[in-house]
Design a protein around this ligand. Structure first.
Ligand SMILES: CC(C)(COP(=O)(O)OP(=O)(O)OC[C@H]1O[C@@H](n2cnc3c(N)ncnc32)[C@H](O[C@H]2O[C@H](COP(=O)(O)OP(=O)(O)OP(=O)(O)O)[C@@H](O)[C@H]2O)[C@@H]1O)[C@@H](O)C(=O)NCCC(=O)NCCS
Ligand SMILES: Nc1ncnc2[nH]cnc12
Length: 291
């Protein structure tokens, strides 16, 4: 029994989902030591980010996540009206993030991934298995939002240059980095008794072994991406974050990525998505809310 329960009672489903999405972002930011990312130790490969900014950014997104869940309930099915409503709310969320951070992109990829997943859960809260949620989110991501601007984003630039599939395709293919890599690794490391923080680090590393992270590609090209993927695999092969050998490899990877200015921001967003789905799937997340 908990001595102090800070969870407010009687939250609606949409409020609870927004809480869980923000919690996932804050848990991701706090997790340490993450290679070359902002964490409790420092700013990783970033000069314009810090932990306080990541927290403020996460909190600024609460209204957007709540509105996306409300839109799901209002429209009630995967279709263009819902896709376009969620796109509009996502763009407003991005603006709220930029207003909060003074123009720094902290969570663009996370708004996209978590926004789709929050919407997918709100559509059918009784169907909360990871694969079902990811599939509904993918069906939504496959619809073309007629009002979406098509800027020459970092992701679009590396797609042209390297043919990399980025955040859009990751969602359209059903968040395989989350369902096929991060969640199974999280469960394996927990089952092995590695402790929650190490299990989460291992889940992040499992994502990094394979992801075409456009943030890394933009900043450090193919050398950066290969270093990230091979280094993450080396940590897991050495026994993961809970082992001495794994820790040493993790430290090396942190230094190598920082030297290359390569930040796995896309992998970090997908870890937040993994933590969100994990809470939803465990039932923990929604049971406490009233809906
Ligand atoms: C469909 C969108 C995701 C847009 O995608 P696109 O690839 O065109 O755009 P980007 O602006 O490049 O943003 C994609 C962000 O997604 C993350 N990411 C990268 N690779 C992957 C991947 N393989 N799978 C999943 N996610 C991935 C990543 O976000 C993180 O990195 C951010 C920092 O990136 P960047 O701006 O490049 O940063 P720096 O190098 O640090 O910049 P400088 O310092 O040089 O200035 C950080 O924010 C993390 O979040 C990519 O950045 C989607 O965004 C979209 O269409 N939005 C429109 C609104 C909408 O429809 N929303 C729907 C709501 S559900
Ligand atoms: N912890 C983190 N550090 C840097 N970029 C990120 N994007 C999302 N989470 C991040």
């Amino acid at each position: 029994m908990h001595a102090l329960n800070l969870q407010p009672k009687n939250l609606s489903l949409v409020e609870r989902l927004a809480d869980l999405a923000v919690d996932a972002l804050i848990d991701e930011a706090d997790l340490s030591p993450k290679p070359a990312l902002v964490d409790r130790r420092g700013n990783g490969a970033h000069t314009d980010l810090h932990l306080g900014l990541m927290h403020a950014s996460a909190l600024s997104l609460w209204p957007a996540f709540k509105e996306m869940a409300e839109a799901a309930i209002e429209f009630g099915e995967v279709g263009l009206p819902l896709r376009e409503a969620v796109g509009r709310i996502g763009r407003e969320g991005e603006q709220a993030m930029l207003d909060t951070t003074g123009g720094v992109n902290t969570h663009r990829g996370a708004i996209w991934a978590l926004g789709l997943l929050v919407t997918a859960v709100a559509l059918e809260p009784q169907s909360c298995r990871a694969h079902s949620v990811a599939l509904r989110a993918a069906r939504l991501a496959l619809l073309d939002d007629r009002f979406a601007p098509r800027p020459l984003s970092h992701g679009a630039q590396v797609a042209q240059r390297y043919g990399a599939r980025g955040a859009r395709e990751e969602a359209q293919l059903g968040f395989r980095a989350v369902t096929q890599r991060a969640l199974p690794q999280l469960q394996r490391s927990r089952a092995a008794g590695h402790g929650e923080q190490n299990a989460r680090l291992d889940a992040l590393l499992a994502i990094m072994t394979n992801l075409a992270d456009t943030c890394v590609l933009y900043r450090a090209g193919e050398e950066g991406l290969n270093t990230m993927q091979r280094g993450a695999k080396a940590v897991l092969d050495a026994g993961g974050s809970a082992s001495l050998g794994g820790r040493r490899r993790l430290h090396e990877l942190d230094q190598q990525l920082i030297a290359l200015n390569a930040s796995p921001g896309g992998a970090a967003d997908l870890l937040a998505a993994c933590l969100f789905i994990d809470r939803i799937e465990s039932g923990d997340g929604l049971i406490q809310g009233v809906f």
